[in-house]
Design a protein around this ligand. Structure first.
Ligand code: GLN
Length: 227
């Protein structure tokens, strides 16, 4: 079976392990650099990206991961995981010394954290999602203080969008009513990197993970072919 690691410094690790195992893969929590060996892919779960960034660097996982990503290693990031994969954060948090949070990067996107604002801090909706295995049907998506993708580079494919008010998050409030809805990007793919603003692992939706496992299988096949 494919071996998938789930970055386990913080966030909803167990749910992802369960989905991967249900799909016939083997899954293991990753906390140490040594645990990155022998993996076919990695999932970065939802959680809090500032904490995840700090711990990933403190546990010396950030540098090896960045090198693996540059080498084409498949990674799927959900919510905070999407932020970790983004090259740029529009509104990066700063620590007490004023240093902005960092990301692993690799995805040529600009993300905005907590983008949906107070009134839609958490919500569920059905999404059309491109490239899904099986015979389609919308994806039930749960958004929890989720980011959206504000800009995508040329290498990046948009897989799903959701309608959201066109006012900037800072202006969200009572006066939001009547704001025009614009389509916001909430799922992207670039090469072996996949990212969603939402949490498919909590609704029984397995097709996003299935897509990720198929990306891993394809890469494995190419590697074998290259030997
Ligand atoms: N708001 C969180 C962050 O900025 C992400 C929330 C989540 O992963 N559910 O890191």
């Amino acid at each position: 079976p494919v071996r998938v690691g789930v970055l386990a410094v913080q966030g909803d690790v167990r749910e992802h392990i369960r989905v991967v195992e249900k799909l016939g893969g083997s899954a293991a929590a990753v906390r140490r650099p040594g645990e990155l060996a022998d993996l076919d892919g990695l999932i970065i779960p939802g959680g809090e990206s500032t904490t995840m960034d700090k711990l990933t660097r403190a546990f010396e996982l950030a540098e090896p991961l960045q090198e693996m990503i540059r080498g084409g290693f498949p990674v799927y990031g959900s919510c905070a995981g999407m932020i970790m994969l983004a090259d740029t954060i529009a509104d990066a948090a700063r620590d007490l010394r004023g240093n902005p949070q960092q990301t692993l990067g690799g995805l040529d996107i600009v993300v905005r954290r907590n983008a949906f604002g107070r009134q839609r801090e958490s919500f569920e909706t059905d999404l059309d999602f491109a490239q899904l295995p099986g015979n389609g049907g919308p994806v039930r998506a749960v958004f929890i203080r989720a980011p959206w993708v504000e800009k995508v580079g040329e290498s990046v494919q948009t897989l799903a969008q959701v309608d959201a008010p066109d006012t900037p998050p800072a202006e969200h409030g009572a006066e939001q009513a009547g704001a025009r809805a614009v389509a916001r990007i909430v799922a992207v793919r670039s090469g072996n990197l996949l990212a969603t603003s939402f949490h498919p692992e909590v609704t029984g939706e397995h097709r996003i993970h299935e897509l990720f496992l198929s990306m891993i299988a394809k890469r494995r096949a190419e590697h074998v072919g290259a030997l």
